[in-house]
Design a protein around this ligand. Structure first.
Ligand code: SAM
Ligand code: DTB
Ligand code: SF4
Length: 337
């Protein structure tokens, strides 16, 4: 029975997770964790539906930031060909092809610390035209300055992707040119502008389990929780510092990646959890376990931003083998998002 002496707001307050609770979830036997995750998943979503987002790098390489995992940082010698901001027409043509292939959301990524005002005009035009195709729109442009999120919202932007990437205690070992606090600041601007938040992170960077638990804790305790939570497995790009560290220290156990997906599902029950970078390396069996753990979104298309992704034909075949289907736009079962 509810304690009627408590104010309504306190009764309705959302659960805040603790690090101890998340560490306890990580410590569960794998089958018990999967059972919990699948039960939560079924209570909130069609268990066999997967949302498909296609990525396009609209401005590639030469980024001022020093993110230790990233092929596009000017601080690392990865041999990546730099490209200026694409023309609107080229972006629209790629978005049309993505829609024809079955994607429902189109995500445009730029290798910027943040957009300059002169570039934002071109991006808002891309958002307008992609939205007019009947696709959901998403951009990931780095840190935003006051007023920029509102301009994107006015253009019809549905989602802004800006990842916490790792727990605050580990952030300084991954990036030094901006802070974890800077990320939270941009996320607040996106939320205040009324744009849906897409925010997740990367695992497999040589972090401890406690750091993985800390990342999921920080994501789950965002209030409101992000509508979309991409969980990336580090893609080891030659020439990036983190690839070299992980190459000598050894890869993360893929079951630990599946556990991370399951814990994201349990702690963020109404969010779309996206099985993001690293699908090629995980293979089909591990991807199937990720879907069982509650992943219900993927990046769909032969390329992520600069690295590979499974072919559309391979994904279609995998979906057929697993009896999965594509989630239609606005296909969520729970109200509010
Ligand atoms: N510059 C913007 C930013 O930092 O937010 C947008 C682009 S950035 C490439 C988007 C996200 O891609 C990063 O936050 C990170 O989570 C992910 N990512 C980048 N390189 C990756 C890699 N090698 N492996 C896994 N995830 C990666
Ligand atoms: C996210 O969390 N993962 C995507 C998207 N958001 C922008 C990017 C993955 C990039 C993987 C490395 C690359 O292709 O450059
Ligand atoms: Fe730049 Fe984003 Fe890559 Fe960091 S992750 S180097 S900000 S493109």
């Amino acid at each position: 029975m509810n304690d009627m002496t408590q104010p309504v707001a306190a009764v309705a307050a959302r659960k805040r997770w603790s690090l101890a609770e998340l560490e306890a979830l990580y410590a569960l036997p794998f089958n018990d964790l999967m059972f919990q995750a699948q039960s939560v998943h079924r209570a909130h979503f069609d268990a066999n539906a997967v949302q498909l987002s296609t990525l396009l790098s609209i401005k590639t390489g030469g980024c001022s930031e020093d993110c230790g995992y990233c092929s596009q940082s000017a601080h690392h010698d990865t041999g990546l060909q730099r490209e200026q901001l694409l023309d609107v027409a080229e972006v629209v043509a790629t978005a049309k092809a993505a829609k024809a292939a079955g994607a429902t959301r189109f995500c445009m990524g730029a290798a910027w610390r943040g957009p300059k005002d002169k570039d934002l005009g071109a991006v808002t035009e891309m958002v307008r035209e992609v939205k007019a195709l009947g696709l959901e729109t998403c951009v990931t442009l780095g840190m935003l300055k006051p007023g920029q999120a509102e301009q994107l919202k006015d253009a019809g932007l549905d989602y802004y992707n800006h990842n916490l990437d790792t727990a605050s205690e580990f952030y300084g070992q991954v990036v030094t040119t901006h802070s974890h606090g800077d990320r939270l600041d941009t996320l607040a601007q996106v939320r205040d502008a009324g744009i849906h938040v897409c925010c997740g992170g990367i695992v497999g960077m040589g972090e401890s389990r406690r750091v993985r638990a800390g990342l999921i804790l920080e994501l789950a305790n965002l209030d409101p929780q992000p509508e979309s939570v991409p969980i990336n497995m580090l893609v080891k790009v030659p020439g990036t510092p983190l690839a070299e560290i992980v190459e000598s220290a050894g890869d993360l156990d893929p079951f630990e990646f599946v556990r991370t997906i399951a814990i994201a599902r349990i702690t963020m029950p109404a969010s779309h959890v996206r099985l993001s970078a690293g699908r090629q390396e995980l293979g089909e069996g591990m991807q199937a376990l990720c879907f069982l753990a509650g992943a219900n979104s993927i990046f769909y298309g032969d390329k992520l931003l600069t690295t590979g992704n499974p072919d559309v034909s391979a994904d279609s075949a995998l979906f057929a083998r697993l009896g999965l289907h594509t989630e239609p736009v606005q296909g969520r079962r729970c109200a509010g998002h």
